[in-house]
Design a protein around this ligand. Structure first.
Ligand SMILES: [Mn+2]
Length: 231
C-alpha cells in the first residue's frame, strides 16, 4: 500500500446529495488527501442546493479542487440574461432552482445564496494535473498540451473512446454518462460519470492505486478496482 496521500477524483454529482454523503462516508478522505471533483455538481438531480452546501463545507475541512463542468458554466451564465437563463433551465437548471425552494415553488436566481455564486465564480478550475494524470470535466484535444485546450472541449466534448493524450498521462473525466453505471476504462483515459442522478452510481477513483468506490441515492455504497473495468 502506498504511503502517499490519496488523490481522489469524483464524477458527476448532479444534485445527488445523498449519494455524495454516502460516498464521502465510504471513502473517508483525511485532511491531507486531495479531492478533485470533476464538475457537474448541479442540475437534473433533486438537491443541487444540498450538493453545493456540502462542497462549500468540504472546501473548508479538506483539500478540495473543484473543476468546472458545463452545468456550472450554464448556471453562472444564467445571470447574464433571459436567453442564458432559459437555456440553463431547459438543460436541467429547473431542478436546481426548485432545490432552493422547499415550498414547491419554482425558485428564482435570487434564491441562490451568495456563498454558492461565490463558489461557482471563484473556486472552480478547468483542469488538474499530476505527474501521471490529467483531470478534466469532459475531454481534451489529444495533440494539444493542457494549457492550449479550449473551454468548449474541456467542458462539453463527449467521451467517444478518445486516443491517448500527447502528454502520455491518463485522462480522467466525467460528463459522458455511462448507462451501465460502471466506469469506462481505456487505460489511457477513464470516464467516471456513472449516472448518479438517474438510478446509477456516483464514483470516486483513487488515481494512484486504482481503488474505486461508488454510492447511490439510496445511500448504498460498494467498492471495486479500476482494473476490473478495463476494455
Ligand atoms: Mn454531467
Amino acid at each position: 500500500m502506498s504511503s502517499s496521500p490519496r488523490i481522489l477524483a469524483v464524477g458527476d454529482i448532479h444534485g445527488c446529495a445523498t449519494a455524495l454523503e454516502a460516498l464521502l462516508q465510504a471513502v473517508a478522505p483525511t485532511r491531507d488527501e486531495l479531492i478533485v471533483t470533476l464538475g457537474d455538481y448541479v442540475d437534473r438531480g433533486l438537491d443541487s442546493a444540498g450538493v453545493l452546501n456540502r462542497l462549500v463545507r468540504l472546501a473548508e475541512t479538506h483539500r478540495l479542487v473543484p473543476l468546472r463542468g458545463n452545468h456550472e458554466q450554464m448556471m453562472a451564465a444564467a445571470r447574464d440574461g433571459d436567453a442564458e437563463l432559459q437555456l440553463w433551465c431547459n438543460l436541467g437548471g429547473e431542478a436546481t432552482l426548485m432545490s432552493y425552494c422547499p415550498f414547491d415553488d419554482h425558485g428564482t436566481l435570487a434564491d441562490v445564496p451568495d456563498a454558492h455564486w461565490d463558489f461557482l465564480d471563484r473556486r472552480l478550475s478547468d483542469f488538474y494535473e499530476t505527474d501521471t494524470h490529467i483531470c478534466v470535466h469532459a475531454g481534451v484535444v489529444p495533440h494539444l498540451p493542457l494549457d492550449r485546450q479550449t473551454p468548449l472541449v474541456l467542458r462539453w466534448q463527449a467521451f467517444d473512446d478518445p486516443p491517448p493524450h500527447c502528454s502520455g498521462k491518463v485522462v480522467v473525466c466525467g460528463h459522458t454518462p455511462q448507462k451501465s453505471g460502471l466506469p469506462r476504462n481505456l487505460g489511457h483515459a477513464v470516464c467516471i460519470d456513472t449516472l448518479a442522478h438517474d438510478g446509477g452510481w456516483l464514483t470516486c477513483l483513487d488515481l494512484n492505486s486504482g481503488d474505486l468506490w461508488q454510492a447511490n441515492e439510496r445511500g448504498e455504497s460498494r467498492r471495486a478496482h479500476l482494473d476490473q473495468f478495463r476494455v
